[in-house]
Design a protein around this ligand. Structure first.
Ligand code: G3P
Length: 221
């Protein structure tokens, strides 16, 4: 299983990379714009934090295939572990196919249907990123899209990985992993809800209280 942080916030990335075994970071133009640091500056800083061997997914801005390809080469020139995010449009499909031949890794992003993901995988995308919550916000079934893609790739022997993205709660996260998504990217704002629990904290408090009652100290010595 691969776990990515969906963020361009350096402190947030640092905080969670010290606590979780992450495989990299995914970004998008909105996340980068929010930090106000241009991609060429923030991407190297992300690698400094998470490690040069991890992956950082960075999205192109161009909407035509020629522009996407040009930007992909630019992004890949920053670091060999950059995976280029390409929106799954007709232009994006052309770019993904061309970049596959050039050995540049791509993520087909903005996936909302299984056929989109299947065609992206056939074109040679290394990852396809279905946007679970955005699908569900239009009364679609984001978990089912993930499950269908996982099954389609297994049935047809496609090496592409489903990188489940876009969540608003822990239920969605757990369900895509139960559906077999091999990769997931999570906005760090959702991570405390996956870790913190009052019952866990209560257990620890009672252990310490009982120990302190018996020995009059919190010390192990
Ligand atoms: O990178 C795509 C992903 O960040 C979209 O997620 O939370 O904006 O729907 P969200």
């Amino acid at each position: 299983m691969e776990l990515f942080l969906d963020s361009a916030n350096l402190e947030e990335i640092r905080f969670w990379s010290e606590r979780l075994s992450i495989d990299g970071v995914t970004t998008n133009p909105t996340l980068i714009a929010r930090e106000g640091i241009r991609p060429g500056e923030v991407v190297p800083k992300i690698f400094e934090i998470i490690g040069q061997d991890k992956l950082v997914h960075v999205q192109v801005l161009a909407q035509d295939s020629a522009g996407m390809i040009k930007e992909a080469y630019q992004l890949r020139s920053w670091h060999e572990q950059v995976v280029v995010k390409i929106p799954l449009t007709l232009e994006g499909l052309q770019a993904i196919k061309a970049l596959r031949a050039s050995g540049i890794r791509t993520t087909a992003t903005g996936i909302v249907t299984a056929p989109q993901g299947l065609l992206a995988a056939k074109a040679g995308a290394d990852y396809v990123a279905p946007y679970v919550n955005r699908i569900e916000s239009t009364s679609g079934d984001g978990i089912q899209v993930v499950a269908d893609l996982v099954k389609l790739f297994q049935l047809h022997g496609l090496p592409t990985k489903v990188l489940a993205a876009s969540f608003r709660n822990s239920r969605q996260i757990l369900q895509v992993l139960l559906a077999g998504a091999p990769s997931i990217t999570i906005n760090p704002e959702l991570l405390p809800a996956l870790v913190d629990h009052p019952l866990t904290e209560g257990c620890v408090e009672s252990f310490i209280h009982n120990y302190r009652q018996r020995f009059g100290t919190d010390s192990l010595e």
